[in-house]
Write a protein that binds this ligand. Sequence first.
Ligand SMILES: Cc1cc2nc3c(=O)[nH]c(=O)nc-3n(C[C@H](O)[C@H](O)[C@H](O)COP(=O)(O)OP(=O)(O)OC[C@H]3O[C@@H](n4cnc5c(N)ncnc54)[C@H](O)[C@@H]3O)c2cc1C
Length: 354
Amino acid sequence: MTSDQTAIDMNGSGGDRHVVDMLIIGAGPTGLYCAYYAGFRGLSVAMMDSLEEPGGQITAMYPAKMIFDVAGLPAIKGQDLVDNLVQAAAPFNPLYILGHRAETLVRSDDGTITVTSHKGAEVLAKVVIITGGIGTFTPRPTPVGKEYEGRGLRYFVPKPAELADQDTLIVGGGDSAVDWALALEPICRSVSLIHRRDEFRAHHATVQQMLASSVNVITSAEISGVDGDDAGIKAVEVTLKKTGEKQRLEVQQVVAALGFTAQLGPILTWGLKHNKRQIEVDTKMETNLPGVFAAGDITEYPGKVRIISVGFGEAATAVNNAASVVDPSLKLFPGHSSNPDQAPTAKKSAKATV
Ligand SMILES: Cc1cc2nc3c(=O)[nH]c(=O)nc-3n(C[C@H](O)[C@H](O)[C@H](O)COP(=O)(O)OP(=O)(O)OC[C@H]3O[C@@H](n4cnc5c(N)ncnc54)[C@H](O)[C@@H]3O)c2cc1C
């Protein structure tokens, strides 16, 4: 996130109460595009995500991978697409409520929808758009060292520059692990990668690239200890599985790239029509609950395709239909963004109307 982003509750002290026109649940690519579009329609917006960073699956699983199938962008790195989406929404000052999982959704008789997070933050909105993708992600933990989370142990690297001049250990053998090793190699003082097998799950070509680089690759090995203090990690003990030999790696940063588990969890208890993994929507992207819309990977209808560009289209449909619920005098068709009075050049003050 950039420093000029509005009111970001990163750590979730809880107890906050916000009143907005639209709440977006899920700050993946679809949710971020909803935030832009809602701002463009003049709505005040809050966006809640259980992760500490926006970007959804892209930031969590493939920030360094190139994406080739977003219309108008011949090739773009995952994290660059997320950064661009955040930047596009920024002029409209969306309120990011990160590190909060939306837990309950209740609709009052007057139509106001109240969503409460697991940390007690409460958002009152006229409409809600659920862009929860494949659900909330829980990172798979390293065998040891969980107590160093936030003090050297991390699961995402949205800003590789933060690890400049650090000795970094990546844990894992999949695409994310290898991509991060390659992305961090020119930035960190040293990069090591430890994988518990001899074979990598990552793409052959990127593995070869890593093996030809300065990355210190240790296979058939596991982390068996972490040495550090309150300030952070000082070293990691690694055990070679075949011989039982132990090695000490002097590193200050550990990136656990062991994958994530995802589940829709609380969303399925809100009275929405759903199957095991998705929410049913109509052609307006509205769910069976009045005022509650959905877009992106989380939606289901015959012929659904789960890719970023489809999520973007659904976001525009959902927001424009939701806008006329917030204010029935608003037309469904938004006008064109190139009209001078609609271009996001000036900061619009997000005015709550609930
Ligand atoms: C390895 C990989 C590569 C891919 N490559 C491509 C590609 O090249 N091109 C392409 O078009 N697509 C690709 N995809 C698919 C693409 O990433 C998804 O279609 C896209 O991320 C869907 O976006 P979304 O915003 O709908 O959901 P997500 O990206 O899943 O974001 C949903 C967000 O909602 C949050 N959330 C969920 N439940 C809650 C809750 N209760 N409270 C708060 N927050 C919640 C989650 O934390 C998450 O941040 C790829 C996917 C993977 C896994």
